[in-house]
Design a binder for this molecule. Structure first.
Ligand code: C2E
Ligand code: MG
Ligand code: MG
Ligand code: MG
Length: 291
C-alpha cells in the first residue's frame, strides 16, 4: 500500500523492515521541535491507598500538546522517541519536572502525605551513560529526597545485561526506588526479582480485568486471577510493595483488597490529571485529617 502512494510519499517502508524510516525521521524532527518549544506536559495519576481511600503517591505520565494535532498520547510518540533516541532528552524533561513538582508538594504538605512520585523510564535511558548523573542532578536541584522517587521500569528493560544492572544498583544505592511496571506481562521470574533491586511491583491491568468475576468465564480468565493471587504472595515473601493497575470499578477494588493489595491505580480511583488538581486533592485530604 505504501508503494501505491508513489515514491515521493513520506510514508515509505524499507523492504524487510517493519517501521517507516522516513516517517520516523520526520516525526523525530517534529518531536525535537516540540521539546524545544516546550509542548510536552506532565500529568499525574494518583496512587491510592485502597483501605483508607487516600492519595499516597503519583505516577507521572507525559502528554504532547501539539500545536496542529492537539493532545497526543504517549502510545503514539514514545515508540518513535525510543527509536530516534529522543526519549533521552524527553525522559530527562519528565524526570526533572516530576522531581520539581513532587518537591513542591512535599514543601506544601509536609512529609508523609506524598510517599511516592515517579516517571516511567525506557530501556534506552538506562543505556545512556549520563542517566545516573541526570537523576542525581534532578534530585539535588529540586531538593526531593531520593526515597520519594520511584522509577517505573518494565521487566524486559531490566533484563539487559551487566551495564543496566550496574545502573540499577547505583540508583538503588542513592536511595531511589525502582518499580517493575506492567508486572506479569513480561519475562517475570523469581530469580529476576531477587537479582533486581526492586521495591515495588505493579500488577498489570490485564490481570485486574475480570478479577471481580466470581466464576471466571474462560480458562484464561481463571489463569489471570491465579496470577493476581500469585503476585501478591510472592511480593509478600520478598517484602515488595504492590500496586494494582487499571482498576475501573469498585468490585475490582474490593476483590483486590481481599486478595491483599493495599495500593491501587485506575480510572475508578482517579484519572491522570493536571498538577493543580492533585494539589487540590492533597489539600482536601489534609482538611479531612484535621477535621
Ligand atoms: P503505564 O506506565 O503502564 O501507565 C499506565 C497507563 O494506563 C496510562 O496511560 C494511564 O492513563 C492508563 N490507565 C490508568 N488507569 C487506567 C484504567 O483504569 N483503565 C485504562 N484503560 N487505562 C488506565 P498513558 O498515560 O496513555 O500511558 C501509556 C504508557 O506510555 C505508559 O504505560 C508508559 O508505558 C508510557 N509512558 C507514559 N509516559 C511516559 C514517559 O514519560 N516516559 C516513558 N518512557 N514512557 C511513558
Ligand atoms: Mg508506569
Ligand atoms: Mg503500568
Ligand atoms: Mg500497564
Amino acid at each position: 500500500a505504501a508503494k501505491q502512494r508513489g515514491k515521493d510519499n513520506w510514508v515509505r517502508f524499507t523492504p524487510g523492515m517493519e517501521r517507516p524510516v522516513v516517517a520516523d525521521a520526520q516525526f523525530g524532527a517534529d518531536l525535537r521541535r516540540g521539546l524545544e518549544a516546550g509542548e510536552f506536559r506532565v500529568v499525574y495519576q494518583p496512587l491510592v491507598d485502597l483501605h483508607r481511600n487516600r492519595v499516597i503517591g503519583v505516577e507521572a505520565l507525559v502528554r504532547w500538546a501539539h500545536p496542529a494535532r492537539g493532545l497526543i498520547s504517549p502510545a503514539e510518540f514514545i515508540p518513535a522517541a525510543e527509536r530516534t533516541g529522543l526519549i533521552v532528552p524527553l525522559g530527562r524533561f519528565v524526570l526533572r519536572e516530576t522531581c520539581r513538582q513532587a518537591a513542591a508538594w512535599l514543601r506544601e504538605f509536609g512529609p508523609g502525605v506524598l510517599q511516592k512520585a515517579g516517571p516511567n523510564v525506557s530501556v534506552r535511558q538506562l543505556h545512556d551513560p549520563g542517566f545516573v548523573d541526570d537523576v542525581r542532578a534532578a534530585l539535588a536541584d529540586s531538593g526531593l529526597p531520593g526515597e520519594l522517587l520511584v522509577l517505573e521500569l518494565t521487566e524486559s528493560a531490566v533484563l539487559r545485561g551487566p551495564q543496566v544492572s550496574r545502573t540499577l544498583h547505583e540508583l538503588h544505592d542513592m536511595g531511589v526506588r525502582l518499580a517493575l511496571d506492567d508486572f506479569g506481562t513480561g519475562e517475570s521470574s523469581l530469580s529476576l526479582l531477587r537479582a533486581f533491586p526492586a521495591s515495588i511491583v505493579k500488577l498489570d491491568k490485564s490481570f485486574v480485568d475480570g478479577i471481580e468475576l466470581d466464576e471466571p468465564d474462560t480458562p484464561e480468565a481463571a489463569a489471570r486471577q491465579a496470577v493476581a493471587r500469585a503476585v501478591i504472595q510472592m511480593a509478600g515473601a520478598l517484602d515488595l510493595d504492590t500496586v494494582a493497575e487499571g482498576i475501573e470499578n469498585e468490585e475490582q477494588a474490593e476483590r483486590l483488597r481481599r486478595l491483599g493489595y493495599s495500593l491501587g491505580q485506575g480510572f475508578h480511583l482517579a484519572e491522570p490529571m493536571h498538577p493543580e488538581h492533585v494539589t487540590r486533592m492533597l489539600a482536601g485530604q489534609q482538611d479531612d485529617a484535621a477535621a
